[in-house]
Design a protein around this ligand. Structure first.
Ligand SMILES: [Zn+2]
Length: 305
């Protein structure tokens, strides 16, 4: 569990002014610029995966073939060569995933400085594509290379027809997940961040917390929390307000997602949930400075819920 409050804000502020943090920041800023392009390309195919609260049983059969790393790598390079056969130019790198929400994402590198080898495409595909028909692999090529509308439709239909191959959620608490709020869609925010910062590797559920009662001034607010056992993120309902900008909700969600990536080392007998490495990663958020500033300027409003 974690909470974001004033004390945490101070800790991050300190971390972000150290030299190490700044170096990490610019490195990831470069990475991010490429990644955000990828996010927009994959936009219309994102969220085609299994919807939350699925009650279907685990379909282990379809993924059994690709269980070992070697088999996955073979299947990926085979698929890459089948896609490349339909492409005019460029270097293609395919990774197969078992993601539940992102079926396809494309990262295009080297678009700004056209190198002699042409653009580089780094593609992450759900393993359902491993044995796709030539029609689908051709559509993949057109989608990757030209962002082709028609190809996008073929792929969308293929993904829809292969829903049964998307891994069902394992036995987690069956409490109802509410992702669409009145002002902010948490699933959309989560998926965008997952693409942009984590290569789609974060596997967690997300939900708004309970509805707030009559608003009153409080001393603290736990804006987000992450449960390691359930792999679930919960965001305070009071952030689902028109005055709260999307980048701020994104920042809170991003923070909770980082908890899945970072260990919590024990320091002086206490578990440190926000290690130095964690805070450095946190500072790499695109709107980090803006979010901190916004939080400071709206603390009174945030504490009234
Ligand atoms: Zn935290």
């Amino acid at each position: 569990m974690s909470s974001l409050g004033k004390s945490e804000a101070m800790a991050s502020k300190l971390a972000s002014t150290s030299d190490g943090a700044r170096a990490a920041n610019s490195e990831s800023a470069r990475h991010r610029r490429t990644a955000s392009r990828a996010a927009s390309i994959a936009g219309d195919l994102r969220g085609r995966g299994r919807r939350r609260r699925s009650t279907e049983t685990l379909d282990s059969g379809s993924f059994a073939l690709a269980r070992t790393d070697g088999a996955v790598a073979d299947a990926a390079s085979l698929l890459a060569s089948r896609i490349r056969a339909h492409m005019a130019a460029g270097h293609l790198d395919v990774t197969l995933t078992d993601n539940r929400y992102t079926m396809l994402s494309v990262r295009r590198d080297g678009e700004c400085n056209e190198s002699r080898t042409g653009p580089q495409y780094r593609v992450r595909l759900h393993h359902m594509f491993a044995d796709a028909t030539p029609r689908v692999t051709q559509a993949l090529a057109h989608y990757i290379g030209k962002d082709d509308k028609e190809a996008s439709k073929v792929l969308g239909d293929f993904i829809d027809a292969n829903q049964h191959r998307v891994r069902a959620k394992s036995s987690r608490k069956t409490s109802k997940l509410v992702t669409k709020g009145a002002c902010h869609d948490l699933q959309d925010i989560f998926d965008g961040l997952n693409d942009q910062y984590f290569d789609g590797t974060i596997d967690a559920t997300i939900t708004w917390g309970q509805k707030c009662g009559k608003a009153q001034r409080r001393n603290s607010i736990k804006m987000g929390s992450y449960s390691i056992e359930d792999r679930s993120i919960r965001i305070h309902r009071s952030l689902d307000k028109a005055y709260v900008p999307r980048f701020f909700v994104e920042w809170i969600v991003y923070h909770e997602m980082l908890h899945q990536v970072h260990d919590a080392p024990v320091v002086n007998g206490r578990r440190q949930f926000h290690s130095k490495a964690f805070l450095e990663d946190e500072a790499a958020f695109e709107h980090y400075a803006l979010a901190r500033l916004w939080e400071r300027d709206h603390l009174e409003q945030l504490l009234t819920y």
